[in-house]
Write a protein that binds this ligand. Structure first.
Ligand code: PGA
Length: 253
């Protein structure tokens, strides 16, 4: 099973800066043996960047979200099928910033997952607990609830399209990383839930990424954990050198 290192640019970069970053990543990539590299730029750039990648590129593009609705009168929304139609094969769903700031409740996250899977997209499904939940020891319960709810209508076969990203909210953009033990403990827990909800095969073949202040200095230890299959990277994905060194850490893990 290959690791995934995915860069989530969030609302950063203008078109030309992003194109330069894509170029630098492309040029700096070694021939990848055990890592898939995914880059999630802002939505307005996606179709253009997709048209620039040729079949030899080792970079796949992802959107940072998609609509919970199919096509129709939903001003400003873009659907999962629209992403697919411009060459995008992955979408991030349920990122904590979208849950917290853009009203993505459990129902919306579940609907988005269903739209994305119906459009044959690969989903990076995020989960993560806020600090107060961890401090009151509610983190396992909340992560199980977030995932179970988001995957309610997803079949065993469709689980091939799902990758999970565990991103503790207290670690996102804060410089505070979960320890490797904390990451491993939660990833192991998530795998156990997948065994219960689906099967040991699904649990064993679903990639679980860690996200939250992942950077070159801590990546090797985190990616080295048995239940960690790579990372979803924010800040450190905005610079080619640091993103490439995270990919190197994944290749070495
Ligand atoms: P960070 O963000 O690496 O900047 O903490 C990770 C994410 O939000 O996906």
């Amino acid at each position: 099973m290959r690791n995934i290192v995915a860069g989530n640019w969030k609302s950063n970069k203008l078109m030309k800066e992003g194109a330069e970053l894509m170029d630098a990543i492309n040029k700096g990539l070694p021939r990848l043996q055990k890592t898939e590299v995914i880059v999630a730029p802002p939505a307005p750039f996606l179709a253009h960047y997709a048209s620039k990648l040729d079949h030899t590129s080792q970079i796949q593009l992802s959107a940072q979200q998609c609509s919970a609705n199919p096509s129709g009168a939903h001003t400003g929304e873009f659907t999962a099928e629209m992403l697919r139609s411009c060459g995008i094969n992955t979408v991030i769903i349920g990122h904590s910033e979208r849950r917290d700031r853009f009203g993505e409740n459990f129902d919306v996250v579940r609907e988005k997952v269903e739209q994305a899977v119906a459009a044959n997209l690969h989903v990076l499904l995020c989960c993560g607990e806020p600090l107060e939940v961890r401090e009151t020891h509610g983190h396992f319960e909340l992560i199980a609830k977030q995932l179970k709810d988001a995957l309610l209508e997803i079949s065993i076969e469709q689980m091939q399209r799902i990758t999970i990203a565990y991103e503790p909210v207290w670690a996102i953009g804060t410089g505070v990383t979960a320890t490797a033990d904390q990451a491993q403990e939660m990833h192991h827990f998530i795998r156990k839930q997948l065994t219960n909800w689906y099967s040991p095969e699904v649990a064993g073949s679903t990639r679980i990424l860690y996200g939250g202040s992942c950077k070159p200095s801590n990546a090797a230890e985190i990616f080295g954990q048995p239940d960690v299959n790579g990372g979803l990277i924010g800040g450190a994905a905005l610079d080619a050198e640091s993103f490439l060194s995270l990919i190197t850490a994944s290749e070495a893990s």
